[in-house]
Design a protein around this ligand. Structure first.
Ligand SMILES: [Cu+2]
Length: 279
């Protein structure tokens, strides 16, 4: 049975909608806070910024899919209707004012429609709200050091632990933060440029020697969240993961007390001794 053009259009639209649902719903399968096997979508959001990034990503996915299908349809029409066999004597028409205005104006309007939420997202990421606590993350070859300047000023090193899961992401000392609190992360590099990135929080910021960068996140769910150094920084670049444990307020307070004692005697890590420890 032949399908009418309307039927075919509806069926095509059905396929697009089904595909979109699969892609956007795929996040539900991704385990929170870390990459999973066969993952093809973003990690599940665990901060307001990442929720906005995911929303913007899905919006762009819809827009580019519609544009791509529209262009594909035009190409197919041209190939079928206007090939030399089907259309032996081509029309010599040139210029169509309305059409030319339309294909200039419509893309401009699409870009403006994209720019508005894009700038809103940039401001959300870069305009730091009032922070509940500050953590300084220092990138070193090849591990991270975290200090808590407004919670007892202690500092500790966080090295990849090869016996811990998830593989290549587990560390000996995790960075610990309270849930639903605005955490200001200041980053710097002790030797070369590193980058502090945690996908579920939607943060990625360079850690540059001699400079203090800052970003923020508010973790909305307790749990473990993993990230990696995201700037090529030397031979063990792939082995300096970031592990963040999000806990409730009481757990955070008691962790602070333990950490103050545990890391009190630790000398402020200098490069040489830390490099020895990393061997
Ligand atoms: Cu690095």
């Amino acid at each position: 049975m032949m399908m009418s053009r309307g039927q075919m259009g509806r069926r095509l639209l059905g396929c697009v909608v089904a595909g979109m649902t699969l892609v956007t719903g795929g996040a539900a399968f991704a385990e929170s806070g870390q990459p999973t096997a066969w993952q093809y979508n973003l990690q599940e959001s665990a901060s307001p910024v990442m929720e906005n990034i995911a929303w913007f990503h899905n919006l762009l996915l819809v827009i580019i899919t519609v544009i791509t299908l529209f262009v594909l349809a035009l190409l197919v029409i041209v190939m079928v209707k206007f090939n030399a066999k089907a259309n032996p004597t081509p029309s010599r028409t040139t210029h169509h004012t309305l059409l030319e205005v339309a294909w200039t104006l419509i893309p401009v309007l699409i870009l403006v429609a994209i720019a508005v939420p894009s700038f809103r997202l940039l401001f959300l990421e870069l305009d730091l709200p009032k922070a509940d606590l500050t953590i300084k993350a220092t990138g070193k070859q090849w591990y991270w050091s975290y200090s808590y300047p407004d919670n007892g000023k202690f500092e500790f090193d966080s090295l990849m632990a090869s016996d811990k899961q998830p593989r290549l992401l587990g560390v000996d000392n995790e960075m610990v933060v309270p849930v639903n609190k605005v955490v200001r992360v200041q980053t710097t590099g002790a030797d070369v440029i590193h980058a502090f990135a945690v996908p579920a929080f939607g943060i990625k910021i360079d850690a540059i020697p001699g400079r203090l960068n800052e970003t923020w996140f508010k973790a909305t769910k307790v749990g473990m969240y993993y990230g990696q150094c995201s700037e090529l920084c030397g031979k063990d670049h792939a082995f300096m993961p970031i592990a963040v444990r999000v806990v409730n307020d009481q757990e955070f307070a008691s962790w602070i007390e333990t950490a103050k004692k545990k890391f009190a005697s630790a000398p402020a890590s200098n490069f040489a001794s830390a490099a020895d420890a990393a061997q």
